[in-house]
Design a binder for this molecule. Sequence first.
Ligand code: MTE
Ligand code: MO
Length: 320
Amino acid sequence: MLIGKAPEFKSSDITPREKFLNRRNLIFGGLAAAGVAYEWHKKMPPLYTPSVEASSKLATVPGTFPPVSDPVTPQGKATSYNNFYEFGTDKADPKANAGKMHVRPWTIKIEGLCNNPKTVDIDALLKFKPLEDRTYRFRCVEAWSMIVPWVGYPLAELIKFADPKPQAKFVEFTSLADRSQMELPGGFDWPYKEGLRIDEAMNPLALLTFGSYGQTLENQQGAPVRVIVPWKYGFKSAKSIVKIRFTDKQPTTTWNDMASNEYGFYSNVNPGHSHPRWSQAHERRIDASVFPKTIATLPFNGYANEVASLYNGMDLNRYF
Ligand SMILES: Nc1nc2c(c(=O)[nH]1)N[C@H]1C(S)=C(S)[C@@H](COP(=O)(O)O)O[C@H]1N2
Ligand SMILES: [Mo]
């Protein structure tokens, strides 16, 4: 299978960091001025290097979305304290280990109950719609939070392109699982899977995300493409996606499958509904320089105006 599989890793594929950065700056200077920087992949040979070296600027257009007044979490913090269990269960593991992952070439398979099933190349996907800067609150189920300027376009655009059939009610996301590039620790049923109801996925806040802080995602953040669903606990935001499938049944998802009493399918941020082992009423900001360090958690992570109507008539204690 071709999906998400990169060619064999050869040491000759590695571009020395200095050389690469210089070349990038050269190409970039001209392109950025012309406003076509997001097409940079076209101009460059494929590079199979760790993301720290491959991370590049992404040109964005102004978008409209609810502003966040809290200070943005420093980039170094948001990219060194991560959950990406494929690379290990410690918060420092993803940064230490995800450099091994090849993010080019990369394809995303669109399948299931849709009229336009297709395998799409990541660079085509990246250029499909203008990229926006979207600064979002992000709240992990483990009660920490950060504020990150993500770069992407609404997931709704990809769903419209896929053109789901009327029977399709859910969309399932599958992450890469490749033992040659990842640890894939035991005790999990890899690949990592997540899912949303289609109307949730179509909400303008749900972002198909290619970057953060104006640059392509670091591997540990889920390069080359992930989902960001800011009103839900972090685990709903699947990383390094290789497949999107439309289905009429609620898909099984990694954490819900592991412990359905602890991690619901919906997992909307809800300060009133405790996790069986801890309260969800507060969150610790991973940015140590902000005060206070612990703040009250908001319903739907502060996005109630935008998303609460999706759940009208639902008992959110039952469908947590
Ligand atoms: N494929 C995959 N996606 C994943 C995870 C993971 O382990 N594997 N962890 C989730 C969890 S629990 C959180 S909190 C966020 C973390 O995103 P961040 O590292 O960019 O903060 O990614 C989510 N997406
Ligand atoms: Mo999380």
